[in-house]
Each structure stands twice: as C-alpha cells, then as structure tokens.
Ligand binder design. Structure first.
Ligand code: FAD
Length: 409
C-alpha cells in the first residue's frame, strides 16, 4: 500500500466516512485513506436507533436545532448553516435513500433499516474508490514540514498532507493523552443519555410499562423543567423527558455520583394552585377513583390516590381540604430519590472531548495545528436523543470536507 495520501481520516464511523465521501465528491482524484481499528466500518450506524438509524430530526430552523445540544449549542450554528437538516434529507434522498419523519420529529430511512444508510455509504465509497484500512489501530501523529506522520500499532505508519480525527467518543480521559500532550484542552468524558434508577424500592415500579405524555421533570436544586413523555420502568424512569434531563445535567449528575432527587409534575404545565383551582373537578359528584385526570392511566391514577390517602368511596365534591392539598402536591411535585443510572440501549453518547475553543467553528480545523481537522463525538459536542447526534456528525464532517477542499493545492 502507498504510504502517502492527500488526506488520512482516523475512524470509519459516521463522521469519518461522511467526510471522506464529501471530500472525494469535490476532489475525486485526491488520495484518501480511512484508518479503522475494527474489522468493519459504521458499526454504530448499524445498531443506531434500535437498528433503524435515526439520521436526523425534523427541525425547521438552525435556532431551533441548536437548542438540542447541551454541549455545542450556539457554537454549532456555522456548521448547521452550511449543512443542516434539509441538506441531510437531500443528501440521502439524492442517493436513493427515502427518509420519513415520525410523529415526534425523528427521521428514519423509510426501510426502517440502518443497512439502507450503510449500503448508501458503501456505494459512494466504491464509486470514489476510497481506501479503508481495517484492523488498524491509530496511536499518534506528528507534523513535520507540512506533512503528517500517522503512527499505528505494530510500527506501521503513513503520511498525509491533511489529517482528520473522527474517532468517536472515548469514555476515559487517558484515551485523549496523545492530544493532551500536544497541548489540546479536553473536557473529561462522562456518560450522557441514560435512564434514572430509584434509590429505594417504590410501589411505582409495579406500574412498569405505563407511560404518561407531557410531564414536567426537574432535578432538585436546578431551575430547568423538561417537558415530555415519561415511561415507568422496573428500575425507575425512562422516556424522552428523562433522557433529555440526563443529557442536560450530565455533568451535574456525574458530580453527584448519580445520587440526587427529582420532582415530577404529572399535570405539567399546571402548577399546584392551577391544579387545585382549575384542574380538579371539585363540583363533580363522581368518585375520584373513577375519574383519572389528563389521560393518566387508571392504575397510575390509583397509585396517586393511594399515596394521597384518598378512599375508594371519596367523591370530588366531598374531598377534605387536606386530601385536595395532598393530591395536588403529589401531582405537581412528586419527589423521588434516585441513585445510579442505566444505559439507554437505543442511543448513548459520551459528553466531553476536544474543547470547541481548539477549532475554527466554520471548518473544524485545529487552531493550533494547521491542516489538522476534527469532527463527531471526539469533540465536546453531544445532544439530546432523537437524531441530533448524527446530524452533528454529518454537519461537522461536511464542514471538514469543505474546509480541506478550500485549502487543497
Ligand atoms: C447504541 C447506539 C445507538 C445510537 N443511535 C443513534 C441514533 O439513532 N441517532 C443519533 O443521532 N445518534 C445515535 N447514536 C450516537 C451516534 O452513533 C454517534 O453520535 C455517532 O456515531 C458519532 O459519530 P463519530 O463518527 O464521531 O463516531 P463513531 O461513529 O463512533 O465512529 C468512530 C470510529 O472510529 C474508530 N476508532 C476509534 N478509535 C480508533 C483508533 N485508535 N484507530 C482507528 N479507528 C478508531 C471506531 O472503531 C469507530 O469506527 C447512537 C449511539 C449508540 C452507541
């Protein structure tokens, strides 16, 4: 194999492959090598979204999109303006992969199979004759006289004019040593997108499988209430609202060693007073047990009533003030002690990685070492669940391909 390439990309994952294809689209004659430590490419794409690959999220504007990146946020505006959600749609559809938007805004291939995305990428890899070296573990690089020397395990090395690091997220800070030694700032990696475990056994877990649309959930001691649906599991709570909260407070919950309290408002956005004065049908002669509010399932409703010490024969119009207050308190501010977390199998990411102050936010080129580029989860970028992590991988990779394209001689 030739030793010199115009561009070497480390990592045949979502962002590495996407960058290679987009670069070759501009410069088909340039020599590109992807170095991949595994014996196959795109392994995460394959298992993503429960095997369906949630490629992006239906967001109408960049300002709406950036709200979904607790690490990244506004700093991602430039890359999303160059390559946003619509571009993702066009990119795949122009290459024969039809996409569909689900009711919650998540976007999947119509085939419901991540293999469609992988096949599409491999058609492009073959079309542009992009070389991938498998089972090749990148260790470090050096730059000498405008040339990168790329070192692999077992004393193998290659050289290139441009180097793109797209190795995904690591869960240990030591994995970033090769960059830290070169003076790069790296945020310590910690998990994001996980579900919450209860500290002690609680009767609510007997209701596992029951979900409630539109709850408000907050970590005690913080201001932000996340709205969304919640799922009761046999160990605690899951569902979109919980995953979003885990991502938003990834650092805080890590610092608390996952020992914290949450408050759930089951009738969000009503507050305690509104529940008492406007939501409860206090004139009704019906039994409270027979009249669950706001599409709360019957079993969950019974759980709340038992907790509020309401009797099966109690009717709305003869509920004591004490019971009204207690039920309203439970429905608006239901508190649970949590300890530990569980990995969400359909999508998980690490927060942390190379600090965004280290890169040009238009091209994702290093500000320290010219011609060195980064993209994907290796950077300190991560998002809520729902297709946003892939969108950041595609947009970052596109920015890299364009950025290198503009510098190529
Ligand atoms: C189970 C699961 C499901 C997910 N589902 C979704 C989803 O549906 N939608 C969504 O938006 N996001 C999803 N994500 C997140 C998404 O997969 C990542 O954000 C995305 O893959 C990041 O792309 P990347 O290119 O940065 O990293 P990766 O896709 O992880 O690719 C990195 C590549 O680099 C290689 N590599 C690492 N170190 C070396 C080395 N030293 N030498 C050579 N190669 C190396 C790795 O083997 C890998 O192939 C999911 C994640 C998981 C774990």
């Amino acid at each position: 194999m030739n030793k010199f390439f115009d561009l070497i990309i480390i990592g045949a994952g979502a962002s590495g492959v996407f960058a290679a294809i987009n670069f070759k689209h501009i410069y088909p004659h340039k020599k590109v090598l992807i170095i991949e430590k595994n014996n196959k490419a795109l392994s995460k794409v394959k298992i993503s979204g429960g095997g369906r690959c949630n490629v992006t999220h239906d967001c109408k504007s960049v300002s709406e999109l950036i709200k979904n990146y607790p690490r990244g946020g506004k700093k991602l505006s430039k890359i999303f303006n160059q390559f946003g959600v619509n571009d993702t749609f066009n990119w795949f559809e122009n290459r024969g992969v039809k996409l569909k938007i689900e009711a919650d805004g998540r976007v999947f291939p119509q085939s419901n199979d991540s293999q469609s995305i992988i096949d599409c990428f491999f058609n492009e890899i073959n079309k542009y004759q992009i070389e991938i070296l498998f089972s090749a573990d990148f260790v470090d690089f050096e730059k000498e006289n405008d040339t990168f020397k790329v070192f692999l395990k077992n004393d193998r090395s290659f050289e290139s004019q441009f180097l793109h690091l797209a190795m995904g997220g690591f869960n240990k800070i030591d994995s970033f040593d090769f960059l830290i030694k070169k003076g790069f700032n790296v945020a310590t990696p910690i998990p994001s997108l996980f579900t919450f475990n209860l500290k002690k056994k609680d009767g609510i877990t007997e209701l596992m499988g029951i979900s409630k649309e539109k709850v408000g959930i907050r970590v005690l001691g913080t201001k932000e209430t996340i709205e969304g649906s919640l799922l009761i599991t046999h160990w605690g709570f899951s569902g979109p609202a919980v995953l979003k909260l885990s991502s938003l407070h990834a650092n805080l919950l890590f610092d608390k060693q996952y020992d914290y309290q949450i408050s759930i408002n089951w009738l969000f956005p009503n507050n305690l007073e509104q529940i008492k004065t406007a939501v409860f049908p206090l004139e009704s002669t019906k039994k409270v047990f027979n009249q669950p509010l706001d599409l709360i399932s019957k079993r969950l409703w019974q759980y709340f009533l038992t907790k509020a010490e309401i009797e099966t024969e109690d009717r709305w119009n003869n509920l004591s003030k004490k019971k009204i207050n207690k039920l309203a308190e439970i429905l608006s501010n239901d508190m649970y002690e949590m300890k530990g977390k569980t990995t969400y199998k359909e999508e998980f990411v690490t927060s942390g990685g190379v600090d965004l102050s280290e890169i040009n936010l238009q091209t994702f080129e290093s500000t320290k070492i010219p011609n060195l580029f980064f993209s994907g989860e290796l950077l300190n970028i991560d998002a809520f669940t729902g297709g946003f992590n892939f969108q950041a991988a595609w947009s970052g990779a596109f920015a890299v391909a364009k950025g290198i394209g503009e510098k190529v001689s």
